[in-house]
Ligand binder design. Structure first.
Ligand SMILES: [Zn+2]
Length: 64
């Protein structure tokens, strides 16, 4: 199935950073996506996103 074009052009799977986590998110921009990941990490993993973690997150972001 071909995904339709949407405004959510950036995607991330938390499993890229935290193995076994099924959380995924998408957003229009990297900044917006990072905010979602920060909220998820704090809520579900008790992780504070440091610059090092943010760099890992950015490296794991996929564009469509
Ligand atoms: Zn997660």
């Amino acid at each position: 199935m071909t995904a339709p074009q949407t405004r959510d052009a950036k995607h991330i799977a938390c499993a890229e950073i935290v193995p076994d986590c099924s959380f995924t998110a998408s957003a229009a921009t990297e900044e917006e996506l990072l905010k979602k990941v920060v909220a998820h990490a704090a809520r579900d993993h008790g992780i504070t996103v440091t610059p090092e973690v943010a760099a890992k997150v950015k490296a794991a972001i996929k564009s469509t």
